[in-house]
Design a protein around this ligand. Structure first.
Ligand code: SDX
Length: 393
């Protein structure tokens, strides 16, 4: 074979970075946000407080939290002219396609928060993205089901407002059950950030060119959409539905083990966790709580999920390869029970992860030395050769 060239960009190019935001120990199943264990944050805190922690590094005082929550609440509406964007899509467009388009287009509307060299503009962009993402996700949902858009309300908290915007109709207000709102908020918290996963690395790489924050977050949404990443919650529910009944599980377990079969057990395995994903543990408790509240604990999908989990946790293949249920395994069951279509599962992941993307983006902007540079390659192609005219080929 010819000589192997390696591409040298002429400067130190790293595909990794330093960060103080999130720590994961995949072997021990540990996830810390600014040092706080995810289990404590999920049970004792709430999403906007976790947003503050991720953005600023410390838990807020009561006064700081009140001011932050008011700021977010007051930025939940989107520019009225952006409604036209949604109407340009087909009704059956996947909500993730709509979100990528609309979020990217925010840079065409919010010119006072695109200059990343201005710290004030970076702050405004951060707040706008966190505040408006639930509104955009809810509007994508409403548009896909042919219902009118529902405006956010300032008297509802972040999670309740999202449920309101998704499920209220002009003819009838949706009464948010506090337990469902708490479960929704917990899903937001459990998905808030996760170190240098594919979509966060995409945001960092896009930001390293100096692109505006809205374009960078749109890139993160696009990457998250993949079924190996954030799209896994939708793929997992569709897999459970395809399995249908517990007696059909062995057929799918066999397929997952078959190296010649591209089928993967959706909701299992992780690039980092070789122990139980600590988020899945909390999510499982939340699933039991929500399904009991809704009186659907005998949900056939949940029966298949629980049976599948037990088999996978004891099957030699999964045990030897340390393939545990991940965060996506139970989130889809909760969202399905709440009444969301599977097409909304990943948009909900995207709105939750916005604070992680924004926090990591801010961290990188603040330290230019911490940029993900131009990743290296090992060139394995042809060595140099001369052009051959078509008549001589
Ligand atoms: C998320 O990075 C993040 O942090 C992501 C995320 C976040 O919060 O941002 O945590 C969110 O993306 C969670 C993952 C959601 N994806 C899925 O549930 C899709 C199904 N999972 C697989 O696609 C897979 O597990 C990956 C992509 C998640 C990880 O794949 P890897 O890196 O190959 O996993 P591995 O190295 O641990 O695999 C070891 C072995 C391999 O077989 P061998 O080469 O050793 O023979 O296990 C196999 C894999 O082929 N394997 C599976 C499997 N996952 C891995 N076999 C069957 N079913 C699976 N789900």
């Amino acid at each position: 074979q010819g000589h192997v060239f390696t591409y040298d960009p002429g400067f130190t190019s790293t595909a990794s970075c330093d960060s103080t935001i999130t720590y994961i120990d995949g072997d021990e199943g540990v996830l810390l946000h600014r040092g706080y264990p995810i289990g404590q944050l999920a049970s004792k805190s709430h999403y906007l407080e976790v947003c503050y922690l991720l953005l600023y590094g410390e838990l807020p005082t009561a006064a700081e939290l009140e001011k932050f929550e008011l700021t977010i609440t007051r930025h939940t509406m989107i520019h009225e002219q952006m409604h036209n964007f949604f109407r340009g899509f087909r009704r059956d467009a996947h909500p993730m396609a709509t979100m990528v388009g609309v979020v990217g287009a925010m840079s065409a509307f919010y010119h006072d928060s695109t200059d990343i060299s201005d710290s004030q503009q970076r702050e405004i962009a951060s707040h706008r993205l966190i505040a408006k993402m639930p509104t955009i996700a809810a509007m994508a949902y409403k548009y896909s089901i042919g219902q009118p858009f529902v405006y956010p309300r300032n008297d509802l908290d972040y999670a309740a407002n999202f449920l309101h915007m998704c499920f209220s109709v002009p003819a009838e207000e949706y009464h948010v059950n506090p337990i469902l709102s708490r479960a929704m908020d917990r899903i937001f918290t459990l998905h808030a950030d996760h170190e240098q996963n594919a979509s966060t690395s995409t945001v960092r790489l896009a930001s390293s060119s100096g692109a505006n924050p809205f374009a960078c977050i749109a890139a993160g949404i696009a990457c998250l959409w993949g079924p190996a990443h954030g799209g896994a919650n939708q793929a997992c529910l569709e897999m459970l539905r395809e399995i249908g009944t517990p007696d059909r599980i062995p057929e799918y377990i066999a397929r997952a083990k078959d190296k010649n079969d591209p089928f993967r057990l959706m909701g299992f395995g992780h690039r980092v966790y070789k122990n139980m994903d600590p988020r899945a543990t909390v999510m499982k408790q939340s699933a039991d709580e929500v399904l009991e509240l809704l009186g659907v604990e005998d949900n056939p999908l949940l029966q298949v999920a629980k049976e599948l989990e037990q088999i996978a946790l004891h099957d030699e293949y999964f045990v030897s390869k340390k393939l545990f249920p991940n965060v996506d395994f139970y989130s889809g069951i909760i969202l399905e029970a709440m009444g969301f279509p599977t097409s909304m599962f990943t948009p909900i992941f995207a709105l939750s992860r916005t604070v992680g993307w924004v926090s990591q983006w801010k961290e990188m902007i603040a330290d230019p030395q911490n940029k993900i540079g131009r990743p290296r390659q090992l060139y394995l192609g042809e060595t140099a050769r001369d052009y051959v005219d078509v008549e001589n080929r």
